[in-house]
Write a protein that binds this ligand. Structure first.
Ligand SMILES: Cc1cc2nc3c(=O)[nH]c(=O)nc-3n(C[C@H](O)[C@H](O)[C@H](O)COP(=O)(O)OP(=O)(O)OC[C@H]3O[C@@H](n4cnc5c(N)ncnc54)[C@H](O)[C@@H]3O)c2cc1C
Length: 447
């Protein structure tokens, strides 16, 4: 039987492709080496705690995203984040500075000096400029001034990308913000004019794993192959010939019109492609993807002096601290901690301090103890702790990204039916993986 598609990977990207195909009656197989679906999504439910050691929240950008969740059967299951989530803190010069959704809160916060604030306000008068491949740090300093670049853009980049702003490329990491300079001559003017995207931060009562399970539900029996290793990938005149070995050692195979690779790029060297495809993928061999270790902790509410009235905090790299930032999940979504308790989630490592993420547990504990004492005034021992190591964690869209993406485009053009989709290109967020996967699945179903 000729399948419509074989999809490598049952992370959010692969599940979204497969679900869109399944909704249109297409026949697929999803090959996943792990014994579970969800990839980087990882929800722990334990004694009244709901801990996300991967993505904590999903950011919807409009009605199409909400409609997609409804298509997964989750319409009644979406939990909107508490209004407090709009408030984010930056930890700088020994204190937390709260920033609200209203840009004016930045001017009231004291995060920037008067000179820094005035320079930021002058952004609409800065002339267009910047060379192709301009880094996030250079773009931000040129448009917003050095102080705003260091105090605002830098922590956002380390929080979202776990990256180094002096290496990441602005147009690849933040394409929409980057485009505002060209379209409006100014980022601030561009943000003020035109309709504001209706952004919504959401979660699910059973955590992010509920999203992955909902996407996997229609695939379960017929399509999904968990615990399977791909043993052969080649194309002949009938289509893509794919073989895999199951957890029980049994061999299975299929012929498909399309082969969709959603496995992370750091796994591509182990995919059994022949020499017609492998050279394109070698471009990705040295793509940076630093490690991140997540240390989640549950505390008695009374042991945390801070109000935790926000989404969490991030720290500019210039502060020289060892923790990238800390989320306050129990302030953002309901039922993340038992009554009278709070959940905190610290991130360590990333592109600038990868070695920290690889420290042994006792050292990480000491580091987080010190961090939470300095930033939130926590001195008590936690009631619970969870440590999750992601190594590698997040792809870095640096100066080599353009060349690498070109190689993928050439591979796709040279091999009919071969497609790549995932956090390795086009966007690193969960919603991007899902939205792009849905679009690709619909395209392939119509092809
Ligand atoms: C610590 C952390 C926190 C994050 N927080 C957020 C957040 O709060 N909000 C947000 O929007 N995004 C967040 N992200 C990013 C988000 O998790 C990713 O955008 C998303 O998981 C990307 O999905 P994906 O399917 O491309 O990759 P993955 O989730 O990595 O899934 C890839 C799948 O491919 C499988 N695979 C591996 N090797 C093979 C192989 N040889 N063959 C077949 N399959 C294979 C893997 O087992 C996995 O199931 C976070 C990421 C991390 C690591």
């Amino acid at each position: 039987m000729l399948l419509d598609a074989v999809i490598l990977g049952a992370g959010p990207a692969g599940l979204a492709v497969a679900h869109a195909l399944a909704r249109r009656g297409a026949a697929t197989r999803v090959i996943e080496p792990a014994g579970r679906v969800g990839g980087s999504i990882r929800t722990i439910r334990e004694d009244g705690w709901l801990v996300e050691t991967g993505p904590n929240t999903l950011q919807l950008e409009g009605p199409e995203d909400a409609a997609l969740l409804a298509a997964y059967g989750l319409a009644g299951q979406v939990q909107a984040a508490d209004m407090r989530a709009a408030r984010r803190f930056i930890f700088a010069r020994g204190q937390l500075h709260g920033l609200g959704a209203n840009p004016l809160s930045l001017f009231a916060s004291g995060l920037l000096s008067w000179r820094g604030r005035l320079r930021l306000l002058a952004e609409p008068f800065v002339r267009r400029g910047g060379a192709p491949g301009e880094t996030v740090a250079a773009f931000a300093a040129r448009r917003f001034g050095a102080e705003a670049a260091a105090m605002l853009m830098d922590p956002v980049v380390s929080g979202v990308h776990a990256g180094d702003p002096s290496r990441l490329v602005m147009s690849a990491c933040f394409p929409r913000v980057h485009a505002l300079e060209t379209s409006h001559g100014s980022v601030l003017r561009g943000l003020m004019s035109g309709p504001r995207a209706a952004r919504q931060v959401v979660g699910f009562p059973q955590g992010m794993q509920q999203l992955a399970e909902a996407m996997a539900a229609p695939l379960r029996a017929a399509s999904l192959r968990l615990g399977c290793v791909t043993t052969s990938l080649r194309r002949d005149r009938r289509g893509w010939q794919v073989a895999w070995r199951g957890a029980d050692g049994g061999e299975e195979g299929a012929t498909a019109r399309h082969l969709v690779v959603t496995a992370p790029s750091w796994q591509w060297a182990s995919l059994p492609f022949d020499e017609t495809v492998a050279p394109f993928l070698r471009e990705w061999e040295h793509a940076a993807a630093p490690p991140v270790t997540v240390v989640a902790r549950g505390y008695a509410r009374a042991d945390v002096p801070h109000a935790l009235d926000g989404f969490g905090y991030l720290t500019p790299g210039g502060e020289g601290r060892e923790v990238l930032g800390c989320l306050f999940p129990s302030s953002v979504l309901p039922a993340r901690a038992p009554a009278d308790a709070v959940l905190l989630c610290c991130f360590i490592g990333g592109a600038r301090r990868p070695e920290l993420a690889r420290r042994p547990d006792p050292e990480l504990r000491a580091l987080v103890d010190q961090e939470l004492a300095d930033t939130l005034g926590v001195r008590a021992a936690p009631r619970k702790e969870w440590i999750q190591r992601w190594d590698p964690a997040i792809p870095q869209y640096d100066a080599g990204q353009g060349r690498r993406e070109e190689a993928l485009a050439r591979a796709e053009a040279a091999h009919p039916g071969l497609r790549f989709h995932g956090a390795f290109r086009g966007g690193i967020s969960l919603m991007h993986a899902i939205r792009g996967g849905d679009e690709l699945g619909r395209e392939l179903a119509g092809a």
